[in-house]
Design a protein around this ligand. Sequence first.
Ligand code: G4P
Length: 288
Amino acid sequence: MSEAQYIQWFPGHMTKTRRQMEKELSLVDAVAEIVDARIPASSRNPDIPKLLGKKPMLVILNKCDMADSEVTSGWIKWFEAQNIKAIAVDCRTGKGIDKFVPTVKEMLSEKLKSYAEKGMAGKPLRLMVVGIPNVGKSTFINRMAGVNKAKAENRPGVTRGNQWFTVDKQLELLDTPGVLWPKFEDMSIGERLAFTGAVKDNVVDVELLGMRLVEILASSYPELLKDRYGNLDLTLDSYDLLGEIAKKRGMVVRGGEGDTLRAATTLLQEFRNAKIGKISLERVKENA
Ligand code: G4P
C-alpha cells in the first residue's frame, strides 16, 4: 500500500463521506460491509447501522483463510442472530465467494418478488460495498466484477465519482464514496487494527505492539506460538518472551541479549502473513 500506509481521519473528511454516503444509500437496496475475519468487531465502521436505517445488510468476513475457522463460524451465527446475513470468504483465492450472489438474492427476495409482480423482473438489485481500509474491499470488488480497477485512492478526503460494477444481470455493486473510518472508542480496537496492519507501523511503537501480540498469542494460541518459535517458556513476561523469540531466531545484540525490536517486527509480519497459523483476535463472547 502507498499512502494508505499512513492514514488519519479528520472530522471534515468524515462528515463529507458520511453525507455522500447518505445520499448514495438512496440508490441501493442494501449494503455489504466487508470486515476482517480476524477482528470482525474492530474492523467495522461504527456509523453504518445508523446510516442504514431499515436497509438490509450483509457482513462479509473476509480473509477467513487467516482466521480461526471455529471462531469465524461463531461470528456468522452471532451476526445471524442479530438478523444480519454473514458469509466468510477469502477474496485472494475466491474461496466462499460463490455464496455472495445467492445470499444477496435471498436477503432481497422480497424485493425480487415485488419487481416480478410489477413486471420489472429484469431490474438489477443494487448494493453498496463498504469497509474500512485494508479489509480487502478492492480485492473483493475486483473479484466480483472481474475487473482490475477498483483500487482507488485509499485516502481520507478523496472522494470519487460513482463507481458501479456489474456482477451479473441481476446485481450491481456501488463502491463506497470516500474512505471509511474504524471505531475510535478504545485502545484495544486501535491495537487490533495495528496487529492486522490496518493502522500502520509508522504510527505505533512496534516493540510495544509486539509485546502485546505475544502476550495475547501466549494466552490464546500457545501451541501455535511454540510450533512457530520453539519451546518457549510462556510464563515469562511479554518483553522476555520477545527476547526468547529473538534468541531462537539468532537475533542477538551485543552481550548476547535477544533483539526485542527485531523479534517484534518478525512476530507482527508473521502474524500478518498467517505464518503462525489461523488466528482470530476477537471472539464473539468478549466482543459482541
Ligand atoms: P482495501 O481495498 O480494503 O484497502 O484492501 P485491499 O483490497 O487493498 O487488500 C488489502 C490487503 O489484503 C492486500 O494485501 C490484499 O491482497 C489482502 N487481501 C484481501 N483479501 C484477502 C483475503 O481474503 N485473504 C488474504 N490472505 N489476503 C487478502 P497487500 O499485501 O496489501 O497487497 P498485495 O500484496 O496483495 O498487493
